[in-house]
Design a protein around this ligand. Sequence first.
Ligand code: ADP
Length: 308
Amino acid sequence: MGSLAPMPAPVVTVANLRKRYGNFTAVSDVSFDVAEGEIFGILGPNGAGKTTTVESLQGLRSIEGGEVSVLGFDPRTNAAEIRRRIGSQLQESALPDRMKVWEALDLFGSLRAGGRDWRELLGDWGLGHKSEARFGSLSGGQQQRLFVALALANDPQLVFLDEMTTGLDPASRRVAWELIRRIREQGTTVVLVTHFMDEAETLCDRLVVIDAGTVVAQGSPQGLIARYGGGARVCFSHGDGNLTWLRNVPHVTDVQRNRDRVEVRGDGPVLAYVAAALVERGIAPVDLRQERATLEDVFLALTEEEPE
Ligand code: ADP
């Protein structure tokens, strides 16, 4: 059965990556593996070292220390081999406004023999009617789709998407998420750099959280939430009265109050115990509910600065 299936070979391995800019250490110790066919997230606050890490993998930065392999190649010695086989999303200003959509795709596809036919790519990404349009005339969402299409033009085995939904409105972000899932469905491994927690939580199979140049956690979103999310959270509104007695209810670990909003922390069946205890005392809040911890809770718990 599934449990006996061999793990797919890693397409990226990073062990103890270290990178300095002058005297400043941007990446001090980063290690992770990306398996074939997954959407792997690199998450962290601004300045954490995410872009430096992915640029090092693509052979765009020199590396001071550690071992890195991308599709079996070392970016220090075989960057050209890697770049032929990967796709990378462009930064926003990378295309001239006057360039036509088809010209950009034709150019990028020509970088590798056997690259994808641009007509097919345009259709795939909903830009079939835009091939003659100039880049500058496209909407933000269309430009985004073109960037994804360009990243796929050389038919890559692995694609790096760095902050691809930054600046998109909520509807365009949802569309972008679907596009990312489609890339994976077509067999391409995706490395996604993002600082959006909801994006990482919905899209990534596994992710690594980087803070100040080091890995502070890695795993699946649900695994990280279970481990670092702070347990269950039961919330309700209650106008007045002392509720500190709730601390003695089984499975409750903490009770916090912010005006009339009460938040009870606990574990396992805490919701049932809190509900029963409240009703027993004649309190029946209509909005009693358990709130799910999110990746954001994990992120804040892991990257919060220690108080001085
Ligand atoms: P992230 O992508 O997580 O926001 P970066 O990898 O871009 O982080 O940057 C990590 C740190 O390295 C930041 O403090 C940034 O200011 C610094 N940095 C990035 N590029 C350079 C550079 N070319 N020269 C000097 N410092 C840099």
